[in-house]
Design a protein around this ligand. Sequence first.
Ligand code: MSP
Length: 498
Amino acid sequence: MSHFYVTTPIYYVNDAPHVGHAYTTVIADVLARWHRLLGDHTWFLTGTDEHGLKVMRSAKANGLTPLEQADSTSIRFRDAWDQLGISNDDFIRTTEPRHGEAVQKLLQRAYDNGYIYKAAYEGLYSVSDEAYVTQADVDEGRVSGPVEHMSEENWFFKLSEFEQPLLDYYAAHPEAITPTSRLNEAVGLIKQGLSDISITRTSIDWGVPVPWDPDHVFYVWYDALINYATAVGYASDPERFEEWWPSTLHVIGKDILRFHCVYWPAMLLAAGIEDLPRFAVHGWLLIGGEKMSKSKLNSIAPADLVEDFGIDGFRFGILRDAPLGPDSDFSYEGMVTRYNTDLANNLGNLLSRVSTVVGKKCDGVAPAPDPDSPLAPIAAEAVQATVDAWEALAPSVALEATFRLVREANAHLEKNEPWKADPGPDVDRVLGDALEVLRLVALLAGPVIPATADQIWTRIGLDGSPTDCRVPDDAAWGGYPGGATIEKAKPLFPRLVT
Ligand code: MSP
């Protein structure tokens, strides 16, 4: 059986969960759910990034210890993901002992392999920012207080040694970063030249201690990246790590591409880990439209939108029009239109129409589909297009393909008008076909709208859940058995008004 290990970035606990975080997490969730449908052995990780200055500072501002700050915000991320139906298998916190052990082990390996050395760090230091800054930072006003020249002994990572190995790796594995524009960006960064980087701090102690020099802690990013290895047993269970690591896919926003696609693979190579992860890099979700323009994206909690759209409506709304890669403008009004068109009108109407007509013309008993239906080849094409799009990490394209099938089924009903015809085999065939489309759509769109898919499944009289099925085997035309009693119930998606 294939393995699929998918991760989100771990989120800083200085900030409450917002729609931008939710976007990344939903993408990782739908990919995990899709791979479970394929029958892959799937592991889905998310979590929180709890060390470093940002967290120390916001704790201080809130009158809390860093750990109290981390405890209270980490829980908010867990709750937010529960509210969105996120199906993660693990939730990691970088303050957990299992993580400290993995950080120390991985960086100790890099040190033992000769890739970490001590040197004086010379540069400008802003005490109020507790950070090394450049003259450009000062000139461009990014520094909040006076700067002084400082020199500190730090541990450095020989990133410069990985310039050529990384270029060779990406040349041989262009599929490692999706989409290609982001691969080109990473390669461009490497070609600009890689300097060694300081990976420890002595000025703070809120971090993982350097095992060979405990006055230092690792700088938060070099601690954070290792979470991905921690969670599949890097320090605790080497066999488990071997099993999962080669199948890793990191879903990230474009803002953290350099750390992930340049520094992280170099760290892995330095520690002797030759299998490098794949990356799906998405663009920025930007807020436009009237209703939300007054608030910044980072002040919109996912729960605010779930209240209006429901969980599935929200998940569908943020994925349907946002191709992975470029920035996407996202507006409340656009989400309402999408919801009404695709969910309330197309999918919702298909189900309620079919239930009503089966009630009237077939005594409520579902007919089976026609094996030679004109919808059969259309469905086969839609299934293939959906499978291909998920494979290409393109959820919006997958949804487009699946919903094309819904539109075709509605058109087929309208052409045949079973509500006008006398009961009989012709009516049965048309209704059976529509029920089969509903079964297929529940299966194919289930990763994005899981609760709806379950409801459709039950309403068309099927046992269990679409998640018990496998794609592509169970997505062949004709799997709907017929014979069940169909009840008319309230609309799946009530129409929304702006
Ligand atoms: N803690 C680091 C990541 C460490 S991973 C080893 C971090 N955390 S963060 O809380 O700032 O989250 C950043 C991620 O949140 C982005 O990479 C992106 O995935 C997501 N987003 C935050 N704002 C976003 C948008 N406006 N649009 C889309 N995604 C956004 O960086």
